[in-house]
Ligand binder design. Structure first.
Ligand code: ZN
Length: 149
């Protein structure tokens, strides 16, 4: 896989120094997602307070793309309103499904833009999306729970 060198560095940096990679014992929703085609696994704990993502913590094993992507996600989404997080999620999914045709908005996606090149490699898109799908699942569960409280 050939990725832009700068982008490759961002991915490797997140892989070697993952952010928020320690499951918080306090959470509103906890999910476990796997990507069988690559062997990637992610546990993700999410806390939402008054519509704002107050914490995302995770643990996982797998390839550099999957692990870096969830690390990037936590930096990007913690502190965001849930609606804004969904907007970023939608843009990231669109970027991954673009087959390299869409450059992506660096101001919105920040470090996640480094994964843009992955969209040209269909086998790896699930790696990049794993953490994001885990977040989406957890956010739905957390919001359903808060309606019951
Ligand atoms: Zn993978």
């Amino acid at each position: 896989m050939q990725l832009d060198n700068l982008y490759q560095e961002v991915i490797l940096d997140h892989y070697k120094h993952p952010q928020n990679k320690k499951l918080s014992p306090v959470f509103d929703a906890q999910v476990h997602h796997v990507n069988p085609s690559c062997g990637d696994e992610i546990d993700l704990n999410l806390t939402i307070n008054d519509g704002v993502i107050s914490n995302i913590s995770w643990d996982g094993v797998g390839c550099s793309i999957s692990q870096a992507s969830v690390s990037i996600l936590t930096e990007l989404l913690i502190g965001k309103k849930i609606a804004d997080a969904y907007s970023i999620l939608d843009q990231f999914v669109a970027l991954m499904q673009s087959k390299g045709a869409v450059p992506g908005d660096e101001y919105v996606l920040e470090d996640a833009i480094a994964l843009a090149g992955v969209s040209k490699y269909p086998a790896r898109i699930k790696c990049a999306l794993l953490g994001w799908m885990a977040f989406k699942d957890a956010s739905v569960q957390a919001q359903a729970k808060s309606k019951l409280d």
